[in-house]
Design a protein around this ligand. Structure first.
Ligand SMILES: Cc1cc2nc3c(=O)[nH]c(=O)nc-3n(C[C@H](O)[C@H](O)[C@H](O)COP(=O)(O)O)c2cc1C
Length: 209
């Protein structure tokens, strides 16, 4: 299936059938998600993948009992880092140095630039900025899932504080921002499975100059 056909095939599934995603397919989707870009490349978030049924059941009430949580194969939680500081930048520089095989000292101008950019923001602004980055990863995950013919439901319909508490995220310096259930549609029980996709037409959405 080509990319556009896969994107037309996908929809935000309301009911899933409980079938498991093969491990290799899930890994492909997660690898595509890992390849999402972020501002400066700092990636100020972590991605939790919850396949365990008991944990998904515990999460379900915090998602206002949306059935996909229990019926999915995996729930992916995108969680922004709650502390973004000079140490975060230094850790990132270390990764660049290791992965590109360059001395960390050669990155000091870039490090200073990124540190300067974050120093100008309040903790609240940094939190909003980090949350925005998680949505780019969510987009990559959605496209990757469609391309692998795996269904997914992006989800903001949850109580972030309750999810943080259930998964002990605050203690790990994390805060849940958005989620994605991955699995397979239960078309017979999903009122949306045969609904036409509604989007603004391109002449209304895309402004060409
Ligand atoms: C950030 C975000 C949060 C969403 N939250 C939920 C949700 O909590 N539950 C749900 O069933 N759908 C949720 N949706 C799905 C949207 O309603 C859906 O993507 C939109 O109506 C377009 O339909 P389609 O994805 O089926 O093409 C969310 C979508 C996005 C992008």
């Amino acid at each position: 299936m080509n990319l556009l056909d896969a994107l037309k095939w996908r929809y935000a599934v309301k009911r899933m059938n409980g079938a498991k995603i093969p491990a290799q397919t899930l890994d492909t989707i997660l690898e595509a998600t890992r390849l999402a870009p972020s501002s400066f490349g700092l990636t100020p978030y972590s991605i939790l993948v919850i396949e365990d049924e008991e944990t998904r059941k515990k999460l379900q009430p915090h998602f206002y009992n949306q059935p996909q949580i229990g019926e999915s194969s995996a729930v992916v939680i995108f969680a922004a880092h709650t502390t973004i500081n000079e140490a975060s930048v230094d850790a990132y520089m270390q990764e660049i140095a290791e992965q590109r095989g360059v001395p960390v000292d050669a990155l000091k101008d870039f490090a200073g630039y990124v540190k300067g950019a974050i120093a100008h923001q309040t903790p609240e602004q940094l939190q909003i900025w980090a949350a925005k980055q998680t949505y780019i990863a969510l987009g990559f995950a959605l496209v990757a899932a469609a391309s692998e013919q795996v269904d997914g439901t992006p989800m903001e319909g949850f109580d972030p504080k309750a999810v943080d508490a259930e998964l002990g995220l605050a203690a790990q310096g994390l805060h849940a921002t958005v989620a994605l259930t991955l699995g397979y549609r239960d078309a017979a029980n999903d009122y949306l499975s045969s609904a036409l996709k509604v989007r603004r037409t391109s002449d209304k959405l895309i402004i060409k100059k």
